[in-house]
Write a protein that binds this ligand. Structure first.
Ligand SMILES: [Zn+2]
Length: 258
């Protein structure tokens, strides 16, 4: 089995063949799949997908770019969802200064509020951080968040930052970018990060790996990511598949085989 730690099957891009794809992935041994909420609406959709498919689990959370309209009521609503046994994480949450919208202070406020929710519920976190390395690290290093576990998803920072996160116990989410020729920075991160701290993800429908770059992504392409990690680390495919499966199963607390 391959553990898909980050997917968005609730996205419109799958409206025409969602059922078919999820059935096929199950047959191919891609399970479990964690469908990641990125807004109030997509969190709702992720939870309902998780109820429909045995192998699908949900993360509940609001992406920084969608945090502009958040209210305390939404946080209470998210908290209520955390009792659902199919909700396995708070995410994706974080900071995105690439689009820089909404205001950075607003993003930070709701990132912190959702981190507090993770502390309250004991759930792991899925962190989205883009062009915001220093602020993300500063917030996650606060004493009150030191006990949190989670994934720094679609890791895009230096090997030095990866090492800091690994020391804090975080997992590094590696996706399609690792197959890109211009993915040198990520190759260095993968080379240096112990296999015990790596998980695989697609972030589908976005970021399809080579040779499908630019097309709609799906978890069926995870083997290309595993293969590339194996070649960078000089490990076997099976070693990487198994380690990334166990890392994800331990973090999210679920397995395909019960
Ligand atoms: Zn995502």
């Amino acid at each position: 089995m391959i553990f898909e730690t980050h997917a968005h099957y609730d996205d419109d891009a799958f409206d025409n063949d969602r059922d078919e794809i999820l059935r096929l992935l199950n047959e191919k041994g891609i399970a479990p799949i964690v469908d990641i909420g990125a807004s109030v609406a997509s969190t709702k959709a992720a939870v309902s997908l998780a109820h429909k498919y045995a192998q699908v689990y949900a993360a509940a959370g609001v992406h920084p770019s969608d945090s502009g309209d958040l209210t305390d009521k939404d946080i209470d609503w998210l908290k209520g969802l955390c009792d659902d046994p199919k909700v396995v994480a708070i995410g994706e949450i974080g900071l995105d200064y690439h689009y820089d919208e909404p205001d950075r202070e607003v993003q930070k406020k709701w990132f912190v509020r959702q981190l507090e929710l993770a502390v309250e519920t004991g759930l792991p976190i899925v962190v989205h951080s883009r062009d915001a390395a220093a602020d993300t690290y500063k917030i996650l290093s606060r004493d009150e968040f030191r006990g949190l576990k989670g994934i720094i998803h679609c890791f895009s920072y230096s090997a030095e930052f990866a090492e800091k996160y690994v020391k804090m116990g975080y997992l590094i989410g590696v996706g399609g970018v690792v197959t890109f020729k211009n993915g040198r920075k990520l190759h260095e991160v993968v080379r240096q990060t112990p296999l015990e701290n790596i998980v695989v993800e697609t972030d589908c429908p976005y970021l399809a790996p080579e040779p499908y770059r630019g097309r709609r992504n799906s978890s069926a392409y995870l083997p290309y990511i595993i293969e590339r990690i194996a070649s960078i680390k000089g490990s076997s495919y099976e070693e990487v598949r198994q380690a990334t499966y166990e890392n994800a199963a331990l973090l999210y607390g679920v397995r395909a085989d019960g």
